[in-house]
Write a protein that binds this ligand. Structure first.
Ligand code: ATP
Ligand code: MG
Length: 586
């Protein structure tokens, strides 16, 4: 969708979404019109070396969204070719996140499911004279590679015979050599202007156990080799990846063409044991720009550091840009989809404003979240013309614009909590809430007038008011105008709640400034990004189930914490404030 397209008001309302016209969907439409493919098959290929973050959500929404729109399929494939950094903990978390976002994968695969196919394909490349075993060390390979302005030099091992290469490669697999002693390389072009084509490595020796294949292998395929062949094996028609792989595309195509699974289906024989009958196809790689958001860091390495150095409270810290963190913060799957639609897809690298993510959440919750009342900085208000034992039950709509959300009972009594901010002894100009001798409407109750301010020293501890009975709902004066309306919670019925006031994790737009001579992201952590206060909430808020989102009227959107919330001891996380308070700061 381009920025000129109308924005759907509700992300969950799929039918109302406008047709998206980004360049990738245009390519797919053309491919289908010209009958280059029978159907559309995409994949989401995370490496299980960390938790998914908001950037992955962009790729998920794109890949699963396209499959859905074109009546195709999308696989979830773990790109697990680098065993040293991978872990089953991440595999499980990724599956959980994808499911939470509401996506259903067609097949669940691992690149490692294809290790035997990759191996057979490598032997084919050797037999075809386009791959060789090289004995140069990593440093030597680097020295031979040349630079952007100078061609590389041929490895002295480049012209080994097919027989010698096959024998050495088999011995690599058998574990006869130490890590790094040899590599299998493609024999392409050491003078290519594209350095990726200068005899790139296909296999490296690594005596490391693998999270999926255990000790079965001590040689592992390189990403550039494994990724494109995995796509080809699964019959992926459009392999969507981020822009940094643009320069790798010629190599992607080179491997796909030289292995040529479409005409060498015998290479797929190892998959028969699995019961998989793959329709190999020639995939096409298309690149789009990755998501970057200000006020955050997104590389897995930095997210891991934040967790390990305990700068945050774990992967699901509500301030983290991980999907687990966003979920705990109260982000909904529909808000994340809405955000992904609004940012759209292009080839232009850019920095997205964090405010756009927050606005998607506000718009989603404004439409769907029920309203409750809660007070986070309490001040006692006593209605002196009511009996001390006065008690009644009021009926409040759950949603101001959606009567279908029904009503709830809200208890009311003589003493209520209001926000400290809603009273000012010396009001600033333009202050429309309660002041000495002033009037304000207590939401759903009527108009109260402040008669007395009770202080301990300089501190206001209570205000005493009278309630005008003529302004109660249903009375003739119910519509009498006053400038301000404030929320409240009956003190006798209120439930004490832990309220976690979260804000952005970093307090500058580009925290990751090390490369530009800055102090780095650790120095830009926002000290005010987490404040915990004890507030009071109405009973109907305390009783909400964990992970339920609401708006505390006039305060913001909150979610009952996924882990810690209980009806007797409620815990609410602030998901987002009602208005963007950062727009004016930056
Ligand atoms: P990182 O650089 O943070 O480690 P990655 O790109 O290595 O991320 P993968 O697990 O390999 O992470 O990514 C899985 C898929 O998600 C890939 O197709 C990748 O292009 C995509 N992806 C990752 N980060 C982003 C991002 N910021 N914006 C859009 N797509 C992304
Ligand atoms: Mg990666």
């Amino acid at each position: 969708m381009t920025s000129a397209d109308p924005i759907p008001s509700s992300a969950s309302d799929h039918a109302a979404e406008p047709i998206r016209r980004d360049f990738i969907r245009q390519i797919i439409r053309d491919d289908l019109d010209e009958r280059r493919h029978e159907g559309v098959h995409t994949r989401f290929p995370p490496e299980p070396n960390g938790y998914l973050h908001i950037g992955h959500a962009k790729s998920l929404v794109l890949n699963f969204g396209i499959a859905e729109e074109f009546g195709g399929t999308c696989n979830l494939r773990f790109d697990d070719t680098n065993p040293a950094k991978e872990d089953p903990e991440y595999v499980e978390a990724i599956k959980d996140d994808v499911t939470w976002l509401g996506f259903h994968w067609h097949e669940l695969r691992h690149a490692s499911d294809y290790f035997e196919v990759f191996y057979l394909a490598a032997e084919k490349l050797i037999r075809d004279g386009v791959a060789f075993v090289c004995d140069l060390s990593a440093d030597e390979v680097r020295a031979y590679r040349g630079t952007l302005t100078e061609p590389g030099r041929h490895s002295p091992f480049r012209d080994r015979s097919v027989e010698e290469n096959l024998e050495l490669f088999r011995r690599m697999r058998a574990g006869e050599f130490a890590d790094g002693a040899r590599t299998l390389r493609a024999r392409i072009d050491m003078a290519s202007g594209n350095i990726n084509l200068r005899d790139p490595a296909i296999y490296r020796i690594k005596h490391v156990a693998h999270q999926n294949t255990g000790d079965a292998w001590c040689i592992y395929p390189m990403y550039d080799y494994a990724h494109c062949l995995s796509d080809a094996i699964e019959g992926i028609t459009h392999s969507l990846c981020t822009l940094e792989f643009e320069d790798h595309r010629p190599l992607y195509d080179w491997f796909v063409d030289h292995v040529d699974l479409v005409h060498h289906r015998e290479l797929l024989a190892p998959l028969d044991a699995q019961g998989w009958h793959e329709e190999a196809a020639k995939p096409r790689q298309i690149e789009f720009s990755r998501l970057n958001i200000n006020y955050t860091v997104m590389s897995k390495r930095k997210l891991i550091a934040l967790v390990q150095e305990q700068l945050v409270d774990g992967w699901d810290d509500p301030r983290m840009p991980t999907l687990q963190g966003l979920r705990r913060r109260g982000y909904t799957p529909s808000a994340l989809r809405l955000f992904a639609q609004r940012i759209g897809i292009s080839k232009q690298n850019s920095l997205t404003d964090f405010g756009l993510l927050e606005q998607a959440l506000r718009d989603d919750l404004d439409a769907h979240a029920q309203r409750r009342m809660g007070v986070i900085h309490p001040l006692k208000l006593v209605i002196s013309n009511l009996d001390e034992s006065h008690e009644e039950t009021l009926s409040f709509p759950n949603h101001p614009k959606d009567p279908e959300q029904g009503t709830r009972s809200v208890p009311f009594s003589r003493d209520v909590w209001i926000e400290q901010d809603d009273f000012a002894e010396v009001p600033p100009k333009g202050f429309h809430r309660l002041r000495p001798d002033g009037e304000v409407r207590l939401r759903g109750v009527g108009i109260v007038r402040c008669q007395e301010v009770v202080k301990e020293g300089d501190v206001v501890v209570a205000v005493h008011c009278t309630l005008d009975p003529e302004t109660r709902p249903g009375m003739p004066g119910a519509d009498r105008k006053v400038k301000g309306t404030i929320h409240w919670v009956s003190a006798r019925h209120a439930v004490a709640a832990e309220v976690r006031l979260y804000d952005r994790l970093f307090d500058v737009p580009t925290p990751d400034d090390e490369d530009d001579g800055g102090p780095g992201y650790r120095a830009h952590l926002n000290a005010a990004s987490k404040r915990i206060v004890q507030g009071w909430v109405e009973p109907a808020a305390a009783q909400l189930p964990a992970e339920h989102s609401i708006q505390f009227e006039r305060i913001g959107y909150f979610v009952a914490d996924r882990c810690d919330h209980a009806a007797q001891a409620p815990v609410f996380n602030r998901s987002v404030s009602l208005r963007d308070t950062w727009a004016t700061k930056s």
